[in-house]
Structures are given as structure tokens and as C-alpha cells.
Write a protein that binds this ligand. Structure first.
Ligand code: NAD
Ligand code: MG
Length: 388
């Protein structure tokens, strides 16, 4: 029996991971966590009977401890509790379903134990990709992407027989983007879009933060940086192509122009399952792609004048050092403010850009430098809000 830690088990990725795991005979979740959703975590804990769970918010952790006092399940708390779950000797794989840079420290802790990381938390690679990838190499930890585009690229690259020097043979990684709910719109028409309109994603049901990131195209920007780190590619070899139907999950174009794509219905369960079972595949049902009804498949150029976050992400990645952490931290704060109706949709890109313009970059940053840059960016955004 294999045991799998699911960080952020109460979120969109976490819940789907547990659904996938219910179909597996030889793997069980052990180590579940939430920020504060203790009702759902209690249900999950009673169902899967893990040794340990973690609630990041201390007051909520106390409540859950009381609720689970009739069981042997240990309730941990705080960010240290997440690290303890990530380091658990029992599990060989950690699914990182936490949202935001909060996923970084527990992911690094699991890497140091040589575990497989089924990586959903893209912010980990965006902010600290150099450190994460080199630590993974040093500790023999495999990083298998869960993000659907990166899983697609990973599967396209796995099709190659020559495992050496693949970087030289890749002409470009082509990440597909749905374009989000505001595809085709002008900047002027986006002045007054509401939270509800931005949350209405055409193809995917996901957590609120990534859904807003999909509407601004910051999600694709973060994914470009994620891909560059995961697949060791320069940014100019990571392209974005709008593909409204989300059927082609991404592609790799090789130096002879052979292009390999991975297709499927838009469903995160396949990339989640593959990250756990890789290099094996396991039967899945009810997710067969019907070519006769899924088309026509369309392709468009991303509009980076309207959706400036995508261009900002390329810029941050090009500058490197602590700049991607500032891009990410400012964006996390701006999205939270937008979700509280405190700033407008187009202001998300404005405040991220302003934070980047004011940041003094630290090159070759340590984890502490990255966390400080993140904190600085969040404070910058909050301060600029008071000036608006
Ligand atoms: P979500 O908001 O639905 O869930 C987030 C989870 O993280 C919850 O369990 C929450 O309790 C926990 N959490 C939130 N803040 C935390 C904190 N500060 N410390 C510790 N735990 C915290 O998010 P999601 O949509 O499941 O996304 C999770 C990650 O996966 C994100 O990085 C996202 O970009 C990535 N991702 C998600 C999808 C998707 O389909 N949902 C697809 C690709 C990638
Ligand atoms: Mg994605």
C-alpha cells in the first residue's frame, strides 16, 4: 500500500485528488490539510482515517481537535503542521493542492525527504523555481506536474525515446490557454466587470484565485514561468496559444517541426491520477474524448495589450531574481482585494506592474529573500490601495 499526502485537501484540486484516490486499490491518502474549512476536513478525516491532519488557522485547529476527540487522528496546526505532514515518513508522494506561495515551504520540506511531488501549486515554481528544481535534483525528488498544460507537456516529452539532451531537440513548448471569460473583449469593456463575471470560467471549475488569474491571463503567465523551470527551457521557447475549447492541453514542437499534443476532455482528474501513477497509467472512465462533437478546434493569438498580466509575467521571468516573487505576491494580494470588491478588474494588472516597477531585485535569492520580496510586494499593493 502506498500513502499519499494531500496538502490543501479541501480545495478544488484536493477534493478531486481524494475522488481519484477512491478508485485506487493500492494507494490511500494520509495527511490532509485545510486553511480553515474544518467541516469538510472532518468529513474527509472520518472517511479516509489518516494518522494526521493539519488546520493552518490555530482557532479552527482547536475546534477540529475537539470534534475528532473520539478518534486517534492527530490534529496539527499552523504552517509548521503543514511541514510535519509534508515530511511524514509514511507517504511517498505529496500532492500540493495549496493555493499561493504558502505552498512553498511544505513543498521544499517534502523535496528534502526525496518524495515525489505531484505539483499543482504553481506559485512554488514561479517564486522559487531555481531553488526548487535544484533541491529536487539534489534529493532525488521527482516533480510531476498536475497543472493540465504541464502534465500535457510532460506526457508529450515522455513520448521521446532519446532521454538525453531533450532541450536541444525542443523548438518550443506551446501552452494552450482557454482565454477565460473575457476573451475577445476590449480594455474599455472590462472597466466595470464584476467579481461574478470574472468567476464564470467557460471550461474549468477551480478555486477562486486561479479562476480570477484565468480571467486576467495571469494564470497563463504563471504557467509560462512554471514551464520554463519544470522543463528547463528559456522563456522565448515557451509560447502561448489561445485555444478556446481546452481540448488540446498543450503541445511540444520539436526542431524538425514535428508537433506532439496531448488531448482530452477538460478534467483535472487525469493529470492528478497520472502524477500519482506515473510512469504507469490506470484505467479512467467517463472521460473519453468524442472527436465528432468536441470541435471545431480554434486557435488565436493572446491579446497581451488587453490582458497585460501575461506580458508582465514574461517580463518578470526575464528579469529573474526576486522579480517573479514580486509579480506573484502583488498578484495574490490584488486578486484577494478584487474578490473583496476593493479594487477593479483592470487594477489588478496596474498594481502588479507598479509593484514590479518599484522593486529592487535581489539576484540569486535565498528562500528568505523570496519570502521578503513576497511580503514587500503585498505591503506595496496594500499601501497603494490607500492612495487610490
Ligand atoms: P482552492 O482555493 O480550491 O483550494 C486551496 C486549498 O489550499 C484549500 O484546501 C485551502 O484550505 C488551502 N489553503 C488556502 N490558503 C492556504 C494557506 N495560506 N496555507 C495553507 N493552506 C491554504 O484552490 P485550487 O483551485 O484547488 O488550486 C490549488 C493550486 O492548484 C493552486 O496553486 C492552483 O494554481 C493550482 N491549480 C489548480 C487547478 C484547478 O483545477 N483547481 C488547476 C491547475 C492548477
Ligand atoms: Mg493550467
Amino acid at each position: 500500500m502506498r500513502y499519499i499526502t494531500v496538502l490543501g485537501s479541501t480545495g478544488s484540486i484536493g477534493v478531486q485528488t481524494l475522488e481519484v484516490m477512491e478508485t485506487m486499490e493500492n494507494a490511500r491518502p494520509d495527511g490532509l490539510s485545510t486553511y480553515s474549512r474544518i467541516e469538510l476536513l472532518e468529513e474527509q478525516a472520518r472517511r479516509f482515517k489518516p494518522d494526521k491532519v493539519c488546520v493552518v488557522r490555530e482557532d479552527k485547529a482547536k475546534e477540529l481537535k475537539a470534534k475528532l476527540s473520539d478518534t486517534d487522528i492527530k490534529v496539527l496546526s499552523g504552517p509548521e503542521g503543514l511541514v510535519e505532514l509534508a515530511e511524514s515518513e509514511k507517504s511517498d508522494t505529496v500532492v500540493t493542492g495549496i493555493v499561493g506561495i504558502a505552498g512553498l515551504i511544505p513543498t521544499l520540506a517534502a523535496i528534502k525527504k526525496g518524495k515525489r511531488i505531484a505539483l499543482a501549486n504553481k506559485e512554488t515554481l514561479v517564486t522559487a523555481g531555481d531553488i526548487v528544481m535544484s533541491e529536487a535534483k539534489a534529493y532525488g525528488s521527482e516533480i510531476i506536474p498536475v497543472d493540465s498544460e504541464h502534465s500535457a507537456v510532460f506526457q508529450c516529452l515522455a513520448a521521446r525515446v532519446n532521454k538525453e539532451d531533450y532541450e536541444k531537440e525542443v523548438d518550443a513548448i506551446v501552452l494552450t490557454a482557454s482565454g477565460g471569460p473575457f476573451f475577445g473583449r476590449t480594455r474599455e469593456s472590462l472597466e466595470n466587470v464584476t467579481r461574478a463575471q470574472a468567476l464564470a470560467h467557460p471550461n474549468w471549475e477551480m478555486g477562486a484565485k486561479i479562476t480570477i488569474d484565468s480571467a486576467t491571463l495571469m494564470n497563463k503567465g504563471l504557467e509560462v514561468l512554471e514551464a520554463a523551470h519544470l522543463f528547463n527551457m528559456p522563456l522565448d521557447k515557451v509560447e502561448v496559444l489561445v485555444h478556446r475549447q481546452s481540448i488540446i492541453h498543450s503541445m511540444v514542437r520539436f526542431c524538425d517541426n514535428a508537433t506532439i499534443a496531448q488531448l482530452g476532455v477538460p478534467d483535472m482528474k487525469l493529470p492528478i491520477q497520472y502524477a500519482i501513477t506515473y510512469p504507469k497509467r490506470m484505467i479512467m472512465t467517463n472521460n473519453e474524448l468524442d472527436f465528432l462533437t468536441c470541435g471545431p478546434l480554434t486557435f488565436d493569438k493572446p491579446d497581451t495589450d488587453t490582458f497585460r498580466c501575461l506580458a508582465l509575467a514574461y517580463r518578470a521571468g526575464g528579469i529573474g531574481g526576486t522579480m517573479p516573487a514580486v509579480l506573484n505576491g502583488a498578484n495574490e494580494e490584488a486578486v484577494a482585494l478584487f474578490l473583496q470588491d476593493k479594487i477593479r478588474f483592470l487594477e489588478i494588472a496596474d498594481v502588479v506592474e507598479a509593484a514590479m516597477n518599484s522593486h529592487k531585485v535581489v539576484t540569486n535569492p535565498t528562500v528568505d529573500d523570496i519570502l521578503s520580496a513576497d511580503k514587500w510586494a503585498r505591503e506595496y499593493v496594500l499601501k497603494s490601495l490607500h492612495k487610490i
